[in-house]
Every structure is written in structure tokens, then in C-alpha cells.
Design a protein around this ligand. Structure first.
Ligand SMILES: [Zn+2]
Length: 247
């Protein structure tokens, strides 16, 4: 076979390898994205749980403080009756009121902490639902990777061997050009040289559609063992009817 015929064969198997790898890559990327989102939600849950624990601990401390003030109030009430004159009674009563206000303040603060904790419990329930959903999506994405590996794996091995065989037929200089352009265009290394109007010698590159000098056609038409590249996109040109280079 001619060099161009060999290049077209390599191009065909290279495209298949890239398509299969692409499917596996897509599945793996999808899983990675989902897993990252699941971990973000899980981290948020830990954060909210820790906030809830803090609010509950603060509430318990405030309740304890309020409780000890209440005990002092109860003890103090007994002393009111022991007051010997109205002035002393008024002073004791005043002190009692201060203590009651203090107790109310502790109770209020404890209640506020408990309310915050309850709000966070609500948010936690939402996050738990979300993380369960994410986990289900992740498991499905994981299964898709396994399915893909199963379906793609064996075929990819075969194609990789075919590709190695096809590239072994190409001289290293031409193979370098092919590999470079194939990587640049994600596998689209070859482009058909299209005759727009053969009489007027108008030719274009089938991939980028830019006009090509007529001598490129002349070279390729007479010799299928030479690499001719598009002036604009640098893809390797071929004429389907020449040199068995049938796509
Ligand atoms: Zn081109």
C-alpha cells in the first residue's frame, strides 16, 4: 500500500481509539465531579453538626447559670421576711429584682441558643437528603465507569494493537507529523483535498475549507507516497481515489 493509504488506515483506527478513550474519560470525569460535590456536602454536614454541638453546649451552660441564680433567689426570699425595717426590706427587694432579671437574661440567652440549634437541625435534614442524592448519583457514575471499562476495555486493547501495527508501517518523520496534527485536532489528522472546480484548478481543504494552491493537487495526484499538508490548518491531505487512500 502507498504511504497515504497507510496513513488513512492509521487515521481510521486512531479515530476509533480516541472515541473509545473519550467515552471512558467522560465517564471518569463525570464521576470525579459528582464525587467532589458529594464530599463538599458531607463536609458541610460535619460543619453544621459541630455548630449544633456548640450551640447545645452553650445553652446547657447558660441553663446551669440560670439554675444557680434561681437557687440563690429561693434562698433570698426567706431573708425578705427577716427584714427589720421598711428601708432594709426595700433594699432586699431591689436585690431580688436584680437577680430575677439576671435569671431571665440567662433563660433568654439559653433559649436563643436552642433556637439556633433547631434551625441548624432543619438545615442538617436538607443536607442529609442532598448527600444521599449525591451518593446515589456517584454510585451510578461509578457503575457507568465499570460498564464502560467492560465494554471499551477489550475493544480498546484490540484497537491499540491495530494502531501499533498501522503506525509501524509509517516512516518516523511522517508519523511525527501525523501524531502532532492528530493531537492538535483531537484525531482529525487527515483532510480530503476537494476539487471545487477541476477545470479552473480550484481546490480546498475538506476540513478547514481554505483554498489550496493547485500544485498541491498535482503533487498528490501523481504521487501517493508523499505527505502534503494544508497551508492553513496543517492537516495531512489525501485524495480518496488516489493510491488506495479510500476513506
Ligand atoms: Zn485545512
Amino acid at each position: 500500500m502507498t504511504l497515504l493509504g497507510d496513513l488513512v488506515s492509521l487515521h481510521q483506527v486512531d479515530c476509533q481509539v480516541r472515541a473509545l478513550r473519550g467515552r471512558l474519560d467522560t465517564a471518569e470525569r463525570h464521576y470525579a465531579t459528582q464525587e467532589r460535590q458529594r464530599k463538599d456536602v458531607a463536609a458541610r454536614i460535619e460543619e453544621v453538626r459541630s455548630q449544633i454541638r456548640q450551640h447545645q453546649a452553650t445553652a446547657a451552660n447558660l441553663e446551669a447559670e440560670g439554675g444557680s441564680v434561681k437557687m440563690r433567689i429561693d434562698q433570698f426570699r426567706g431573708q425578705l421576711n427577716l427584714a427589720t425595717n421598711p428601708k432594709q426590706y426595700a433594699a432586699l427587694l431591689n436585690e431580688l429584682k436584680t437577680m430575677q432579671a439576671q435569671r431571665d437574661e440567662f433563660d433568654g440567652l439559653a433559649l436563643a441558643q436552642l433556637q439556633k440549634s433547631e434551625e441548624l437541625q432543619g438545615r442538617l435534614a436538607d443536607l442529609d437528603t442532598k448527600v444521599a442524592e449525591r451518593a446515589a448519583v456517584c454510585a451510578a457514575a461509578r457503575r457507568e465507569i465499570e460498564t464502560c471499562r467492560g465494554e471499551v476495555g477489550a475493544r480498546l486493547g484490540e484497537l491499540d494493537r491495530e494502531r501499533t501495527g498501522a503506525s509501524a508501517k509509517i516512516p518516523s518523520r511522517e508519523l511525527d507529523i501525523f501524531d502532532r496534527v492528530a493531537d492538535l485536532y483531537d484525531g482529525e489528522a487527515m483532510a480530503e483535498l476537494v476539487a471545487v472546480d477541476a477545470k479552473r484548478r480550484e481546490y480546498v481543504c475538506g476540513a478547514c475549507n481554505m483554498e489550496l494552491p493547485p500544485d498541491k493537487y498535482a503533487t498528490l495526484a501523481s504521487n501517493a507516497n508523499v505527505v502534503v499538508i494544508c497551508t492553513s490548518c496543517h492537516r495531512i491531505l489525501y485524495i480518496p481515489q488516489v493510491g488506495n487512500a479510500v476513506a
